[in-house]
Design a protein around this ligand. Structure first.
Ligand code: GUN
Length: 296
């Protein structure tokens, strides 16, 4: 291994400490406690663990956490009326509806029902549009966390070639927009991109967000590149017993070529929740007209 390991766990902890300081100041100076409401529909075990971690870290940052666990069988209109209540609740500054939702619920209708000012995921079309236009807007948590790690590892990224593999609304597309806003030359590669390995090899900054275990091989990477692995894939262990979590990058090969690389787990993952807390803090500041502390 020659690459420098990017410590997402450490960076997440540092960011959460900064947010806790900023929240304490907001409480003192504006008498407001940021509140985050998380809505979980159904019993998906991975989502349950994720939601529990979110609630714990929300409280640790000095914020209020409101959890709504709903049965898999809830109707779309029942879910929409809960969101309408949360939109109107002055103690709730951020709303996150855990995805994916059961098939009988229209995800788009749910996302669009969240008040844009409380949309701490940045998935509402108004926020998507504002981010693309460079007019503020809420930046989705995973791309924001990735950008923070890239800037900490690389420094000034203006003029760098960035390749984002994956074009999802949650990661690929907003990641590309953020890199563009930071003056990178950006390429989005995806399943229909011919010669994808040679496209990836042009990258000074390579972000893999496809959800395919270890797809990005060592020879896809330009020597010295910064490699950000957004993938979290559960695969069977070689022994046949149990599972392990791997990213979208073949880590051991890639770390022989890259200049710096995020591990999975312990890279981008921990940054996602920290950025959710940052977005909740920012939403609270906007709602009370407080200037936000510079936290990144
Ligand atoms: N499910 C997996 N990741 C996310 C996320 O960032 N936001 C929401 N709302 N659901 C998710």
């Amino acid at each position: 291994m020659t690459a420098i390991l990017i410590d997402g766990k450490g960076a997440s902890q540092k960011l959460r400490e900064e947010i806790a300081t900023a929240v304490a100041r907001l409480k003192l100076e504006h008498a407001v406690t940021p509140g985050l409401a998380v809505v979980l529909v159904g019993e998906d075990p991975a989502s349950q663990i994720y939601v529990k971690n979110k609630a714990r870290q929300t409280l640790e940052a000095g914020m209020a956490s409101f959890e709504h666990r709903l049965a898999e069988t809830i109707t779309e209109s029942e879910l929409l009326s809960l969101i309408a209540k949360l939109n109107a609740d002055p103690n709730v500054h951020g709303i996150l509806v855990q995805l994916p939702l059961p098939a009988h619920i229209d995800e788009k209708a749910v996302i669009e029902s969240i008040a844009p000012g409380k949309d701490v995921d940045g998935f509402h079309p108004e926020n998507v549009g504002r981010v693309v236009a460079g007019e503020g807007g809420v930046v989705p948590c995973t791309p924001l966390g990735s950008l923070i790690l890239i800037k900490q590892a690389v420094g000034d990224i203006a003029g760098k070639n960035a390749v984002v593999i994956g074009r999802s609304n949650i990661v690929g597309k907003p990641m590309a927009q953020l890199l563009l806003a930071h003056h990178c030359t950006v390429t989005i590669a995806h399943s229909r991109t011919p010669e994808i390995a040679s496209v990836a090899r042009t990258a000074d900054i390579l972000v893999a967000a496809v959800g395919r275990p270890e797809m990005v091989k060592g020879d896809w990477i330009k020597p010295g590149a910064c490699v950000i692995d957004v993938g979290i894939n559960r695969v069977a262990k070689e022994s046949g017993e149990g599972y392990k979590v791997v990213g979208d990058v073949a880590f051991s090969e890639a770390s022989e070529v890259a200049g710096c690389i995020t591990p999975v787990p312990g890279g981008v993952g921990p940054m996602t929740i920290a950025c959710l807390l940052a977005n909740t803090y920012l939403a609270t500041c906007r709602s009370v007209g407080a200037p936000p502390m510079e936290i990144f």
